[in-house]
Design a protein around this ligand. Sequence first.
Ligand code: GDP
Length: 481
Amino acid sequence: DVITVGELAKRMGVKANDLIRELMSQGNMVTINHPLDYETAAILAAEFNYEVENVGFNEETILNVDKAAVGEDKPEDLEPRPPVVTIMGHVDHGKTSLLDAIRATNVIAGEAGGITQHIGAYDVELDGRKIAFLDTPGHEAFTAMRARGTSVTDIVILVVAADDGVMPQTREAINHAKAAGVPIIVAVNKIDKPGANPEKVKQELTEFELVPEDWGGDTIFVEVSAKEKTNIDGLLEMILLQAEVLDLKANAKKHGCGAIVEARLDKGRGPVATLLVQEGTLRIGDPLVSGAHYGRVRTMTNDRGEQVQEAGPSTPVEVTGLSGVPDAGDTFNALDDEKAAKEVAQHRAQKQREAELAKTSKVSLDQLYARLQEGDVKELKVILKADVQGSVEAVRDALVKLSNDICRLVVIHTGVGGIIESDVTLATASDAIIIGFNVRPEPKAATLAEHEGVDIRLYSIIYDAVADVKSAMEGLLAPTL
Ligand code: GDP
């Protein structure tokens, strides 16, 4: 809220009653002390030929001022932090089994038989070194987070069943991880099965530039059996090795900040959020802002159901005390002051409303030329789905040839079959358009695309697809009606 009706009237030199009458004619029953938000004040002022300047509020300033209270990250404050890992792969290749096996074999000392809780993430320890796992398997959560601009994953474990090999969702997972620039460790699973053929899996993955070290590449492959719990420690070793190479560091001395892994409304406890601390240390009682919600950390519980007082970098904890339920992938920040947290939250709520009203920033063929001219975009990212593999390749080859000095055309994902929700989330996360060749979007995918403003183009003739993209690049595309 920026200003009251009375204050606004005074500054414009008009009678408060005139303002009140105007507001009432718009259906707002207000009194002289009624606070107006910036938007309403601006519209109202415009009616009287005034302009309202928003001198206010800069969220970055508030968050930064607060960071300044604990100082910039000094090199000596940066300490190694545990890696955060997401498991991805084709359905039934053993993601859930592997998450369970890892958890079961690595109960932190003294807690064998303890009750574990699924809070959306957990951590394990190997010889005193920790690893945090996000335990929503699959790439939905991963991509949903990326779509919100959050990246929490340091390493992706790609699970491939040794008796099945590379399947469509394996390819999807690889493309998601690559689009996010996250290194992949391959876990070749189900090696206990009679039909297991790990060599074939390795062979198939070379096509995706995932080449094992003993074949001259630099991808770590680990053969495991989630069912028999074979070589789980070997996998953890390799994760820690990869983490060392990544040289992951964080400053635990500042206020906690990070991302929401999942959140829900609990009947008794109110909003409950699992959050992953990425930097700093979060403590009981800390004022907190997450998305458009705020509050204080009332309780903090780890994945073993224990109450904790504080949580440092790469630690997942379940927290209560927020005013509402944030979305997975929203960031959170602890602040000095609950009032500041509230202000930031309210400001964001306001911005969300504005963004709802003006949802135009996504790349679409219609606006491509304008955005190229503005230097706003330099490449067109495309997700390509088609009815048969032959068409995928033919359309891709034709599209890629359109790249020129001003606009590079990059196909970030291809697949055979209809356009599905995960195509749309990937498009949202990567600012891509989707081209369907002889396929249609599934209803859910169409709804999501509409909601997210993702441009889906459907064709049945290669020439048409190529001609449209070419025209769009040259600013000659006829508007779609
Ligand atoms: P997800 O869909 O990727 O999460 O796969 P699940 O973990 O649900 O596993 C799918 C099926 O494969 C289940 O019936 C598991 O018991 C089985 N499975 C998982 N890992 C192994 C393994 O290492 N060996 C064998 N033989 N079966 C496994």
